[in-house]
Design a protein around this ligand. Structure first.
Ligand code: GLU
Length: 457
């Protein structure tokens, strides 16, 4: 059977770096197995789901290098969920309940006082048809619960029933179905919670591996029971650790914090994000991997740790710098052209500056410095100004190359007696307007003699 995975975001906001981890784990796993990757939008919540979020998620994934083999929308599959619900109802596994949230809360407190587990006591199962009709006549609408298989013959006498699976990330896992309330599958307003549609889709789409965050472990127990109730073999499951901020707070889709969209707009490279998202919280060192194939070849889903992965956005910058530093001109060229950097100097310029930029857009600033001079004229004290003027009078004739800088500054050293920082710092400032940056030996030939002389203070 072809390995088939799915990434199943609900399109209620922008995906953030934590969601992208789930997408990447699925994607890399599928790549390794020669399998299929389905993007499934969990958009049964019509009120909160938005098409523009779904479209943005597709854009964000494509930018990261993830191109789904198929896109599915739960909002287009209600017929399949209705049919599954009907099947469960017919076999007595989906039953109508009429309690309000307050009633449920009151009962929960009573159970806690009696030192009973605070699970739903299945009171609605005792309702007669007449009582149900009476409640409906009063205007109550049912919500529907799935009867978990945690009893022998009497649903009011439950016993420990383990749903077990060999988690591809965490190893042996069990959830005791007697410790769970029968999950509500359908709300009063007839809308579906995520539990049933997800299982129906996983069956219909032939999903072989469900890889998702470890906040779903309990769901997995109930969903395994649902797969079986619907006559299907459950897929394999893998639950990865979640990402938190450095202070341990969870990431939220709603706040837009660390969204892929905002990271892209900040100018970060997709592979900086993909490398960090994939490698953080594993036993692997977090390094900048240049492409998805490289990430896939070193990826082992079983190496994720169980505890939450804390991450610091500053790490993204470190990775970004590393990616740019090693990027060959051929791979940077199109982006440079987009920044207006396209003449014959583009290649030596890129090789000169790539080790000194944080983000690709910084190249435009350096290009401005090289082609038009410092953004602001260098502020030099009187002594330094005179020194720079004298030095400029000693500029060698063209042609210039990578050795010109040394030739020139050796001469300046002999003639002025300055050396070290006193020699180099004012020259750098006069040439670039800033105290640090790329090697001047590389920049000087790009400026040319005329361009250099134009900077004479
Ligand atoms: N829509 C669910 C979520 O975003 C999907 C969970 C799953 O992968 O089954 O949490």
């Amino acid at each position: 059977m072809t390995t088939t995975v799915r990434f199943a975001p609900s399109p209620t906001g922008f995906i953030h770096i934590g969601n992208s981890r789930t997408a990447l784990f699925n994607w890399l796993f599928a790549k390794q197995q020669g399998g299929r990757f389905i993007l499934r939008f969990d958009d049964t919540d019509i009120g909160r789901s938005k098409r523009e979020y779904a479209d943005q998620i597709e854009t964000d994934l494509a930018w990261l290098g993830i191109t789904p083999d198929a896109v599915e929308r739960q909002s287009e599959r209600f017929g399949a969920y209705d049919a599954a619900a009907e099947r469960l109802r017919k076999s007595g596994l989906l039953y109508a309940c009429y309690e309000t949230a307050e009633e449920l809360e009151r009962r929960r407190r009573i159970r806690l006082q009696r030192r009973l587990p605070p699970v739903y006591g299945r009171e609605a199962l005792k309702l007669t048809e007449a009582e149900k009709a009476e409640l409906e006549a009063q205007g109550r609408k049912p919500h529907w619960r799935f009867l978990l298989p945690n009893f022998e013959n009497d649903p009011f006498s439950t016993h420990r029933t383990e749903a077990r699976w060999n988690d591809i990330v965490r190893g042996e896992e069990t959830v005791d179905l007697a410790s769970l309330s029968d999950p509500v599958l359908i709300r009063e307003d007839c809308s579906y919670l995520y539990t049933l549609p997800s299982v129906v889709d996983d069956i219909d789409l032939g999903v072989t591996h469900v890889i998702r965050g470890d906040d779903h472990i309990t769901n997995t127990g109930a969903q395994i029971a649902l797969f079986e109730a619907l006559g299907a073999k459950p897929p394999a499951f893998g639950h990865h650790n979640l990402l938190t901020t450095a202070s341990g707070a969870g990431l939220s889709k709603r706040t837009g914090a660390l969204s892929i969209k905002s990271l892209r707009e900040e100018g970060l490279e997709p592979m900086a994000i993909a490398s960090l998202a994939t490698l953080i919280g594993t036993s692997e060192a977090v390094t900048a991997v240049a492409d998805m194939a490289g990430l896939a070849s070193g990826f082992d889903i079983g190496r994720s740790s169980r505890s939450a992965a804390k991450f610091d956005p500053a790490e993204l910058i470190v990775l970004n710098r590393a990616l740019l530093r090693d990027r060959p001109f051929g791979e940077a060229q199109a982006r440079l052209v987009a920044l207006g950097i396209s003449d014959a100097r583009a290649e030596p310029f890129w090789l000169a500056i790539r080790g000194n930029i944080e983000k690709m857009n910084d190249a435009a600033e350096w290009w401005g410095i090289v082609t038009s001079g410092p953004a602001r004229p260098a502020e030099l004290g009187d002594d330094d100004r005179q020194f720079v003027r004298d030095a400029f009078d000693l500029l060698p004739p063209e042609p210039w190359d990578g050795t010109t800088w040394k030739e020139w500054t050796d001469l300046v050293k002999v003639r002025t007696g300055r050396k070290g920082k006193a020699l180099f710092a004012p020259l750098r400032l006069a040439l670039t307007g800033v105290p640090s940056g790329p090697e001047l030996a590389d920049l000087l030939p790009l400026l040319g003699r005329e361009g250099t002389l134009a900077r004479r203070p």
